[in-house]
Design a protein around this ligand. Structure first.
Ligand code: FES
Ligand code: FES
Length: 211
């Protein structure tokens, strides 16, 4: 009888225990290695044939995320938001509308704002991806935009905040001294169901002054 060998490229996710929360499960997957399979999220228990019918075959990609190289198995039609949140554990990126309308999923690609819900992960190979988790300093110091948003009481429920932060960071990198009108235009792709727009604008202007 031939000896069985474990797979060489995919680290299987741990079995979810009944008392685990979904967040615990995701953390467990992240802790299991830098290469993770999405099968647990996109079709646990599916046969390879059925999985292929639904989403095609995963391919191993190397992505540049927050200054690190992350290796991850990605389905052909998988969006960057799904990869970031459910395979790489970067849940700071939020999913709101999931169709390019609200801005909650905003990340930076080579410093430019991008809706990650409307971007295929396969299309961002070789690009520098920055999420909200990549903004704070090594000592945990918040980015000036994050601190300014807190100081100006920007977040209400906070769901839109990561996307708002990413848009503000991109703006101030290309225009460190925007007018309020310029800031309003730059932030117009980020909706806030709590209506905290003026607070976020105050935060952008404060961050620009304090930079
Ligand atoms: S979740 Fe991407 S734009 Fe709304
Ligand atoms: S703070 Fe609640 S959606 Fe913006």
């Amino acid at each position: 009888m031939s000896e069985l060998h474990p797979p060489t490229t995919t680290v299987l996710a741990p079995e979810p225990r009944s008392n685990w929360s979904r967040r615990d499960f995701i953390k467990g997957v992240i802790a299991s290695g830098v290469t993770v399979s999405g099968v647990s999220y996109f079709g646990a228990g599916l046969t390879p044939r059925l999985s292929a019918q639904i989403g095609g075959v995963e391919r191993l990609l190397s992505l540049a995320v927050n200054g690190q190289t992350r290796r991850v198995d990605v389905l052909p039609g998988e969006t960057l938001a799904m990869t970031l949140r459910y395979k790489l554990g970067l849940t700071g990126t939020k999913l709101g509308c999931d169709r390019g309308e609200c801005g909650a999923c905003t990340v930076l690609l080579d410093g430019v704002t991008n809706y990650s819900c409307s971007t295929l992960t396969h299309r961002v190979r070789g690009r520098e991806i920055t999420t909200v988790e990549g903004l704070e300093g090594e000592d945990g110091t918040l980015h000036p935009v994050q601190q300014a948003f807190i100081d100006e009481l920007g977040p209400q429920c906070g769901f839109c905040t990561p996307g708002q932060v990413m848009s503000a960071v991109a703006l101030l990198r290309r225009n460190p001294n925007p007018t309020r009108a310029e800031a309003r235009t730059a932030m117009s792709g980020n909706l806030c169901r709590c209506g905290a727009y003026e607070h976020y604008l105050n935060g952008v202007m404060r961050a620009a002054q304090e930079a």
